[in-house]
Design a protein around this ligand. Structure first.
Ligand code: IMP
Length: 430
């Protein structure tokens, strides 16, 4: 039986929600392995809209086990309100349908405050974060001063963990002009929320390995996109976790050999939210049109997304670093009606052609895109369910993308509706 990892292969917002939902129906277990409530998925099921940030998409489908792995940073109060909201929409959430890894680090209120205070003060290198405390929570994880889910079960341990964190945070806060942390209030809040979390706490690594041995299908649901990866993204304008497919193993506790298929989600053009380099960004009417037709506004922060032509250089790179076996190509219909389309096929750097995005910031800044032009199409591709429904130029565009990124299309999505999908290769096939 196959286990599938889904990763965003650009800067996030590639349309993962629909694809993950489509795949969750075929899976027994759906696991998140990185990020936190900086992600935002909107699922439309039988006309009803479900908004998810932290919980795996499988939660809205009955009879599945949803898992939050240790690679996630978890805001307990956000979790509580997301669970409450979904329950009010009739979604059943019990310890049989949701498990949280005991070794998951928590996002505390001080992390959000720190994230926002830094973004407000640092004018030289503003990242444009979601302000949800993701970065500071991961800093505490590698700094070995996190409060983790299991720590909530014992009062003495909890106080010890809080003290360890506050030695660091109070010093930092003094420097930023923030008040010291109210220790008693933080401990009281954590004690109050503890039962809600502990109800779902489990040794996720063990459960997943048992499921795998029993032949269950596991879907690993990535958040954000590979260009926001802490190691391989456009650092420092990245999120603070590893986003690439290898993280599915370390972020849940299964071996890398248990991953059978990596599906990269790729949008037919490029967008990014927040600051940072974006070589193929369009600051003209074409960019405006992509944003309007694609409804490119952030689900979490409501920010307008920056838009540009498809950048094959970047996607070839992310397909390589995640070992993508096939892509799900989304939002092709947004390109309907353009006379001419452009694809970025390389960069010019100081008079030389380069075929990858260099790491040095000054090199990135001097990279100018080299475009290949292709004829567009005027027919609608929205809702196409087979290749025969697509105009010839749309098929040529898809085929050229496959060549340029050196990876085949496994799925083609032509509208937000689940059924409007052309299946080429089933990632879960044996
Ligand atoms: P953080 O993850 O809140 O620290 O934000 C760091 C960067 O990642 C910012 O540029 C955010 O806009 C971006 N980011 C975080 N989560 C998402 C997402 O789910 N989609 C797109 N961009 C994201």
């Amino acid at each position: 039986m196959a286990n599938v990892v889904v990763v965003g292969a650009q800067w996030g917002d590639e349309g993962k929600g629909k694809i993950v939902d489509w795949l969750s129906e075929r899976a027994d277990v759906i696991a998140r392995f990185q990020g936190g409530h900086n992600a935002g998925h909107t699922l439309v099921i039988d006309g009803e809209v479900f908004k998810l940030s932290l919980l795996p998409s499988g939660i809205v489908r009955g009879g599945k086990l949803s898992v939050i792995g240790n690679g996630v940073v978890l805001d307990p109060w956000h979790l509580e309100s997301e669970i409450k909201g979904l329950r009010s929409q009739g979604v059943e959430i019990t310890p049989d349908t949701l498990m949280i890894a005991e070794n998951t680090p928590l996002i505390l209120p001080i992390h959000g405050e720190l994230d926002r205070a830094r973004e407000a003060q640092i004018s030289v290198a503003k990242i444009g974060t979601t302000g949800r405390g993701i970065g500071p929570a991961y800093e505490d994880k590698v700094g070995r001063r996190s409060v983790r889910v299991a720590d909530l079960a014992d009062d003495a341990t909890l106080e010890l963990r809080v003290d360890r964190a506050l030695v660091h945070h109070d010093a930092l806060r003094r420097g930023l002009g923030l008040e010291p942390v109210d220790r008693a209030d933080l401990v009281a809040k954590l004690r109050a929320i503890a039962p809600t979390l502990l109800e779902y706490a489990a040794p996720v690594w063990k459960v997943l390995n048992e499921k795998r041995k029993a032949g269950k299908r596991i879907l690993f649901e990535g958040a954000q996109g590979a260009l926001l990866d802490i190691d391989f993204g456009t650092y420092p304008f990245v999120t603070s976790s590893n986003v690439i497919a290898g993280q599915a193993a370390t972020g849940t506790g299964i071996g890398p050999g248990s991953i059978d298929f990596v599906l990269g989600i790729v949008k037919a053009y490029t967008t990014r939210v927040g600051e940072g380099p974006f070589p193929a960004e369009l600051d003209d009417a074409d960019g405006q049109r992509l944003g309007e037709r694609g409804h490119e506004f952030g689900t979490v922060t409501g920010r307008k997304r920056r838009c540009g032509w498809f950048d094959a250089v970047l996607v070839r790179q992310t397909c390589a670093t995640s070992g993508v076996n096939g892509i799900a190509f989304t939002k092709l219909d947004v390109l309907d009606g353009f006379d001419t389309l452009k694809i970025c096929v390389g960069y010019e750097l100081d008079g030389e052609r380069v075929d990858y995005l260099p790491t040095a910031a000054d090199h990135q800044a001097r990279c100018t895109p080299i475009y290949e032009e292709m004829p567009g199409w005027h027919e609608s591709t929205e809702g196409a369910r087979s290749w025969a429904d697509l105009p010839a130029n749309a098929i040529k565009y898809v085929r050229r993308v496959e060549e340029l990124i050196d990876c085949p299309v496994a799925l083609l999505s032509t509208s937000p509706e689940r059924e409007d999908t052309i299946l080429v290769t089933d990632p879960f096939a044996d």
